[in-house]
Design a protein around this ligand. Sequence first.
Ligand SMILES: [Zn+2]
Length: 492
Amino acid sequence: MTKYETVIGLEIHIQLKTKSKMFCRCDNFSVKAEPNTNICPVCLGMPGTLPKANKKAIEWLYLLGIALNGKIRDGFQFERKNYYYPDLPKAYQITSSTDKPVDGGFLELEIDRETRKVELDHIHLEEDAGKLVHGGDDYSLVDLNRAGTPLIELVTKPDIRSPKEAKTFVQRLRAIVRYLGISYANMEEGNLRCDANISLRKAGGKLGEKVEIKNLNSFKMLERALEYEEKRQSEILELNKKIIQETRGWDDAKGKTLPQRLKEETQDYRYFPEPDLPPILVGKTEKNGEFLIGEIKNKLPELPAEKEKRFEKEYGLSRADAKILTAEIEIARFFEQTVGAIEETDKSAEEMRRYAKKAANWILTELFYKMKEKDEDITKIKIIPFHLASLIDLIESGQISGKIAKEIFNEMYETGKEPENIIKEKGLEQITGLEELEKIIKEVISNNPKSVEDYKKGKEAALGYLVGQVMKETKGKANPQAVNEILKQKLV
Ligand SMILES: [Zn+2]
């Protein structure tokens, strides 16, 4: 890929998790509902019904616009996009794609330690259509539960330069959307949907014919499909042939894109202002707008980039650790709740930072390892932050060794039990009785004369070996520091 430059643009649909649909009061959660039960005359598009815009959805559109550095326009008018399809009984979709509510904007990405700024074209709000359920070769069924669900559409400029960058963009966008709490933004479940345009051009030359790819239901599919298409197009160009402008679908099983339809003349949707909805006005005071941009700005939560900086500063974490811990809101929450639970036990600022680092380590190593092993999401796990904090406290106060802690942690992960109970159940209390410990140490010394001699000659490694022997004898229930100290005293 040296000869050609890859040009990618994305169109992303984000299904909002508002309580009700975009223009009626139907329940917006119909994943598990029987087909055609979450419907009413408005979202069915019956003649004579009147839509009413969902204020929350509009507010969330602006919230995302602000988070992505877009220019919030003074207002916009919903409009009708006219087309016929069996999942759209009213034969038009209410959108705002030409009278864009949010212009421009950008999202900064970090790729291979370099910062890339991807420019956005615009962000708008619209309603979703219903769904066709294909029953077999000869029939399809219509389910209108989804009809009227609020969708934010975000269109980037053709500003993305590689499949990896495209994937990183969508991942980062998903993180922001989840931080804002406006959508579940799950690609596999279809509440974050992505179409990609890709073309190749000679470095710095004019844009080539573009191909649109659909059916991208995961980050992996998005990246693989774009990689495949990049290669396919460059091979065609190498043969001095032309790329056909078309829509292709990704076939994940075959690992290739397949032609779906040719891009003919741009369809004329005959957009016109939606006569049943008043214009949406945005202003600085209630006099000039229903939506007050200052108020919405105040609702903006801390976003990943800011949280990352705060974690570095407040908890003394490394940049790399802070980045991973803030990449997903749920991980960041788990970490902060763990630290918060430790905080309650009245620690100095310095101790707090030390504990925070320990919490970060447990999450980034043991917890991540377990989640990966079990293929589990942090929202689904049984272990709770408060219990992880207790575990760290038990290690810090010398009540359990690091080795035992790992055993307890595994049990906590499997059962969700609190560490103190696991210790009692499994008899994992540290041997704190000095007498018992000294007895074991004595035995170890008399059974290992060679190591004792080596240590006395100055071989520090021999001491490590002896500590190991004591730990083995106590089945890891001794405090290694204490063992170390006692051994040194006895071997003088
Ligand atoms: Zn409805």
